[in-house]
Design a protein around this ligand. Sequence first.
Ligand code: ME8
Length: 520
Amino acid sequence: MANTLGRFYVTTPIYYMNAQPHLGHAYTTVLCDVMARYHRLWGDDTYFLTGSDEHGDKIAQAALACGESPQAFVDRLSAAFRETWVRLGISSDDFIRTTEPRHQAVVQRILQEIYDRGDIYFGSYGGQYCLGCERFLTERELVDGRCPDHGTEPTRIEEKNYFFRMGKYQDWLVAYLTEHPEVLQPEQYRGEVLAFLRSPLEDLCISRPKSRLTWGIPLPFDEDYVTYVWFDALINYISALGYPEGERYARYWPVCHHVTAKDILKPHAIYWPTMLHAAGIPMYHALRVHGYWGVDQAKMSKSRGNVVRPLELSDKYGVDAFRYFVIREMTFGQDASFNEEAFVTRYNAELANDLGNLLNRTLHMVGRYCEGMIPAPADEPGAERQAFIERALATPAQVQRAIEQWNPQAAVLTTLELVRAANLYLEQRAPWAAFKRGDVAQVNTTLYDVAEALRWVALLLHPVMPGKMAALWQALGQEGTPRWPDEVAWGILQPGAATRRGEVLFPRQELALDEAANQA
Ligand code: ME8
C-alpha cells in the first residue's frame, strides 16, 4: 500500500513472557525490522515498536512453576527477548512492557472511558475456559470438546465478571472490513474474519476476579478485579505512543501497520477494532497477517523437542544469513517449514555462490586489471550491455513495489535475479579474455558495470542484511551508508574509487547439526 504521508509505524505482537524466544517470534520481529529499514531507507519518518506481554494466567503459572515471583520472572524473560533482538540486529525504536506504569495508566483510562460510555457491564458467565488461549471458547470453536489450537480440554468456569459490549459493534466492523479491503491482508484472512462475523458476535469478558488471578492491571471501577490480558495487551500499540496527548500518537497512529501470525488474528481483527471504536479512537491503518513456521513439516513445540532457537542459528551461520533465510523462505501469508539443511543449501547457493563469488571475482579482476580501482566505463552501447543495464534499472522499482505490497520475499528474489544477470553478463563479456586480447575498454566497461550492479545490491538488500551489505558497500570503495533514491541511479559509482578486499563476505558453510542444542 503506497504510503502517502511519508510516515510508517510498524508493530510486532508483544510476545508472552512465558518462554524464551524461538523462530516464530524472531521471524515476525525480523520481518518488521526489514519493513522499517526499507521505509527509513526511502526517507519515511518511521517508528518501530515491539515489546512484552507480561500479565495473565499463563505467566503467573509459568512463574509459579519456576518458583519465582511473576515480576522477577517477567523481568528475566523480557531481558532475554531484548537481548535477542539486539543480537538479531533489530532496529526497534521502543520496547514496551505491559507492567510499566505508562502502559497501565492508558489501559485504565480506556477502560474508564468505555465504562463511562456504557459499553462495559457486570454480569454472570459460565463457560469453557482455555488456559492456553486465556479466553472463554464458544461451543462452536471446540473440536471434539477440545481447544483447536492447544488440543487441551477447556475448564468449566462460572463467575461474575465485566463484559465489553463487543457484539454491539459487529455490524460496524463488518461494514468497515468490507469497505476497506486493504486494511486486512492477505485476503484469505479477511475472508476468515468476515466468515466468522456471519454468526452473532458475543460480548467479551474483560475481567478476572482477584480471587482467581491477581497478576493483572486493576480495573479502575472495581478493585476486586483485574483486566483480562488481551484487553490489556492490545492497548500497548497506543500506550507506547503516549496516547492520548503524545506527539508520537498524533504522528504515527494514522500510519499504523500491525503485523502478527494467523494465531492471533481474532484479537487483532475483532477485539481491537471494536475496542478502538468504542473508545472513540480511529481504526488502525493496516493489519498484515503471516503464516506459521513449522519444523521439518511438523509443528514446532517444546514437547517435540524441535523448537528452533534463532540465536543458535545466527551464532553458527551469522545473523545476516539467518535474516536472509527467513525472509527469503517464507511467502507472506502462507505457512513455511524450517529445515537446517535447506538453510545451509540456500546459503551456499545464493549467498556464498551467486552473490559472494560475484564479488570475489569482481574484486579479484579489479585488483589484477585495474590496480584495485574502479575503472572508467567506455561509452559503449552494445546490446548485451544495454540489456544488462536495463535489467538493473528495473530492479529498484520492483523491490519498492514488493515491499509496498508486503512481499519481502519477492524483493529479495528480484534482487537475486539481478545478481544472476550480473554473473551471466560477466560470463558473456569474459573480461579475462578481453584482457588477454588487450581490449581495455571491454575490461573496464564490464568491471565497472558489474561493480555498479553490486553497489545497487548492497543498497537494495541493506534492510535484509544490514551488516553484510554495509561490508559490500565498503568493499566497493563507498563511504557512509547507502541512501535511496539519491544513490539508485546508474553511474553514481565513481571511477578511481579504491576497492577493499577484506574477509570473504559469505564463506561457504557446512551443515553443523547440534542435536544436544535442540533438546534445550
Ligand atoms: O500471542 N510461526 O504472544 P505469543 C510464525 N502475547 N510466527 C510465530 C510462531 C510460528 N510458529 N509462533 C509464534 C501472544 N509466532 C500475545 C500477543 S499482541 C497485543 C499480544 C509469532 O508469544 C507470531 O508473530 O504467543 C505470533 O502471532 C506471535 O509470535 C504470538 O506470540
